[in-house]
Write a protein that binds this ligand. Structure first.
Ligand code: ZN
Length: 317
């Protein structure tokens, strides 16, 4: 922050805190948008900021016959912001003829008409931040009724339906302003959404998604709801997986125990004591001619014992 002559020069990062401390007693309801046309990026080469500002002031006083610098605020191509001390925020500016009451006039240095200057990233960032901070401070809606281009007014200060060559007093802020133009549609396409996004960022109302796009409050709520659903799904999938693993473990256990039981009970060979009884039993058929036993091998020890006892008692004879 540097004060010299009739101006205070701020870094973009200093503006919001500075603005919060300002006591503004007049009712602010509109923010004007201008370009200077001259000075511009060509005249600004290697020029001191204060020299540029005092030059504008001299022109406004000496040539235009105004009482002070016309604008309240000026933005530079390097992103710096100047406050006019002779036209502080409590003073009505000289920005749009017959349409200055309740306005703050912001002059953006550059010629943003077609084939003029291409706005720098630094100045773009400063401009959106500046308008967002002013909207925050003065509670101004971020739309084309409250953030207005000079070119939407006639020479006598009548608000036109749009920028209209022949009717508009000027092309200001430039026929290629913001890379979109100076119409209302152009403002609604790029400039206004950019300010809104910055405002939401300042108020902590947005997230940045993976594409680097700003999310609106509604989008953020939807995103968080979706995120919660996904988290719940992942959790239930995990617990399901755990249950499945437990079931697998249990089944494996049962399987092993069953096999052990089977091994314990089924004998790989027919015991010698039972061979004669099993042989006799294998030959037995029922009244329909079907074999009484199909599987004489691999039976349990109890089975062979019982068969032997029955055989020896003469039952199969
Ligand atoms: Zn203008």
């Amino acid at each position: 922050m540097k004060q010299q002559g009739n101006f205070l020069l701020l870094e973009c990062s200093e503006f919001r805190e500075w603005l919060k401390k300002q006591s503004v007693t007049r009712n602010i309801r509109v923010l004007q948008v201008h370009h200077t046309a001259s000075p511009n990026y060509s005249t600004r080469k290697n020029q001191d900021h204060f020299k540029c500002l005092e030059g504008m002031r001299n022109y406004h006083i000496d040539t235009n016959g105004w009482a002070a610098t016309g604008q309240n605020i000026t933005t530079f191509e390097d992103g710096k912001i100047a406050i006019s001390l002779d036209r502080d925020l409590n003073k009505t500016p000289a920005g749009i003829r017959n349409f200055n009451t309740g306005c703050i006039c912001i002059e953006n240095i550059g010629n943003f008409d077609n084939s003029g200057d291409t706005i720098t990233e630094d100045q773009r960032k400063t401009i959106v931040h500046l308008y967002a901070c002013l909207a925050e401070k003065f509670n101004i809606p971020i739309d084309t009724n409250h953030i207005v281009y000079h070119g939407w007014f006639s020479y006598t200060g009548t608000r036109l339906s749009d920028y209209t060559p022949g009717k508009s007093s000027k092309t200001c802020p430039g026929t290629n302003f913001w890379g979109d133009g100076n119409t209302i549609a152009a403002a609604k396409k790029g400039f206004i959404p950019d300010i809104l996004a910055e405002y939401n960022r300042l108020k902590g109302k947005t997230n940045i998604n993976e594409d680097g796009q700003q999310m609106t409050e509604v989008e953020k709520q939807e995103f968080n709801a979706l995120k919660k659903q996904v988290e719940d799904l992942v959790n239930s999938k995990d617990s399901l997986k755990e249950t499945n693993q437990q079931q697998d473990e249990y089944l494996k256990n049962v399987d092993e125990r069953t096999k052990a039981l089977e091994n314990k009970h089924s004998l790989s060979e027919i015991p010698i004591y039972a061979k004669e009884a099993i042989e006799a039993l294998s030959k037995l058929t029922d009244k329909n001619g079907n074999k009484v036993i199909d599987t004489p091998t691999g039976r349990s020890a109890d089975f062979y014992s019982i068969i032997t006892v029955l055989y020896r008692s003469g039952l199969f004879k």
